[in-house]
Design a protein around this ligand. Sequence first.
Ligand SMILES: [Fe+2]
Ligand SMILES: [Fe+2]
Length: 270
Amino acid sequence: MLIAQLSDLHVGGARYDEELLRAAIAEVNAAKPDLVVVAGDISDEGYPDQYRDAKQELDEIECPNVVLVPGNHDARHVGYLYFEETLGERGSQQRLELGGSSVALVAVDSSKPDLDQGEIGRESYRWIEEGFAGDADLGVFVCHHHLMPIPGTGRERNQVLDAGDALSLLRRLGVDLVLSGHRHVPYVWPVAGMLIVHSGTASTLRTRGFPHPAYNLIRVDEERIAVELRIPGGEAQSLGDYPREWPPELSTRHRDVLVRGMRGTPLAND
Ligand SMILES: [Fe+2]
Ligand SMILES: [Fe+2]
């Protein structure tokens, strides 16, 4: 199974380069992924013309499974409304059959209008839990903002406000992959049974600790998950090749000492 992860296109922004986006999409199409995730900041300021231009470019993606969520830039200037008009729902739950495996996918809008901070929101926890209920070979969670701080991005300012609760929830639900963007630095944190994978900016020169535009190709096979960073029109490098199954003593999915956890009540009921 191959997943392409792009984010932070910032269509219409001052440092946006449509040739980078076209190169990235052409490379993604050539790789023939089973799933393409575009993890937010699709437009630079949420304006309708930026969404129209973005849709025109994104329509070139040939993969039948494309999942989009908004980022903080998309939610500016009531951009969340134009996102819905142009690109569809801001969140989704899906069951997919990809490369012979069943995939549970939950994509959440972590943006708040005109704020740079993200929040999953307690009101979404039950919906997330429902999205991962039942058996699936792979659990994938998508949101724009980072649940873990990212090095090379300056001082932490706008992480997900409820990142701790959200991480605990996702760990309990057996999520395997968390796909996010926002900080424009490609980076992987393996944490307690989950690979938390961040993509850089696919099509801008708004870079930070990693000085190139970038997107990720994630290969999932029976035993491994390999994350490859790709520079549009340029080189590739590995962000790690990880075992798919974590030893239970490292994933520790049921070891939360939270008050609710100790009472056997999941955070979704809190
Ligand atoms: Fe961004
Ligand atoms: Fe962002």
